[in-house]
Design a protein around this ligand. Structure first.
Ligand SMILES: O=C(O)C1=N[C@H](C(=O)O)C[C@H](O)C1
Length: 332
């Protein structure tokens, strides 16, 4: 199981591919997981926001996990985290325990949404979840949960035995700065793609980033540059990702991601489950351009690092420049 020391680098929250009829597409699930692992992901997340957790049944989470585990056989250095958080504490604890039985390395537990509990209630929620015996990563995302963690609450959660870190999708750097000021030593992972570089500057240990479904290696380079204290290069590498990030988040996640992955034939279909709907016809031509640029980038990389550009979406295969930085095994 994952420890706080091991929780760092780029974790990819996987999409949950469905067939046209809406049922799970296990082939695509395995293919996508393998592709991001091959591209240098340090960890995978099943059943996150990007995985459409609200409409995926627990049995389907288990089936996906087993498929990915099988495809990852022999790659013990790629931990798999399962999203287990709900707004019901007892159900969250049960799911967290079940994730451990499946073999998950950690559980991602979102702040209980909708009910708007007190800050004490939120800490108690995490105390119960962590008592299931599976390492817990807390997940702060006020834009979705309807409630914001006070820094002292986040600190109290991080001090719980069994909580190994926090994913901060607050969309600002205030929480991480305050947690660092309070002396928090557990890892804080960025969960808001556009803030990745800013949060690395504040001491983030990595990120759980939906955009890393598309350019995993590029995000890993930003992280490695920052880890090496080479901030100018990290900023430049992040600048090359930012137009893509903005494009992918122009409509509700994960519709644009699924569209691009389907275009690139990593998954068989961009089907979503309602209430999520496909991308608009206005966005499609831009995503088509991105998919083509990513294909070209991959082909150039495979051919030895030729540079492909796609001006107005900022895709360049310059990530090969980061190869001089040593790959870090996050579980060592
Ligand atoms: O699925 C996730 O985990 C993420 N979800 C966030 C969201 O959709 O709000 C975005 C982040 O990139 C990772």
């Amino acid at each position: 199981m994952l420890t706080a020391e091991q929780l760092k680098g780029i974790y990819v929250p996987l999409v949950t591919p469905f067939r046209d009829g809406g049922e799970l597409d296990l082939d695509s699930i395995g293919t996508n997981a393998q592709a991001v692992a091959d591209a240098g992901a340090h960890g995978l997340v099943v059943n996150g926001t990007t995985g459409e957790a609200p409409t995926v049944a627990w049995e389907e989470v288990a089936v996906q996990f087993r498929e990915i585990r099988e495809r990852m056989a022999g790659r013990s250095s790629v931990p798999i985290v399962i999203g287990t958080g709900t707004n019901d504490t007892a159900a969250t604890a049960r799911r967290t325990e079940a994730a451990g039985k499946l073999g998950a390395d950690a559980a991602l537990v979102v702040v209980p949404y909708y009910s708007r509990p007190s800050q004490e209630g939120i800490v108690a929620h995490y105390r119960e979840a962590a008592s299931a015996g599976v390492p817990v990563i807390a997940y702060e995302i006020p834009s979705r949960t309807g409630i914001r963690l006070e820094p002292e609450t986040a600190q109290a959660i991080l001090e719980l035995d069994g909580v190994i870190g926090i994913k901060d999708s607050s969309g600002r750097t205030g929480l991480i700065a305050e947690l660092k000021r309070l002396g928090c030593a557990k890892p804080i992972l960025c969960g808001e793609d556009a803030f990745f570089y800013a949060m690395l500057r504040e001491g983030a240990a990595g990120g759980i980033l939906a955009s890393a479904n598309c350019r995993t290696a590029g995000f890993a380079d930003v992280w490695r540059f920052a880890l090496a204290g080479r901030y100018q290069e990290a900023e430049a590498a992040f600048g090359r990702l930012l137009p893509m990030i903005r494009l992918l988040f122009r409509e509700p996640n994960p519709a644009p991601f699924k569209y691009v992955l389907a275009k690139r034939r990593r998954i068989s279909s961009d089907t979503l489950r309602l209430p999520m709907t496909p991308v608009s016809s206005a966005l499609r031509p831009e995503l088509d351009r991105l998919a083509r640029a990513l294909d070209a980038e991959e082909a150039a990389g495979a051919a030895g690092g030729l540079t492909e550009t796609c001006g107005n979406i900022g895709v360049r295969s310059g990530y090969t420049e980061g190869m001089s930085i040593q790959q870090e095994d996050c579980r060592s």
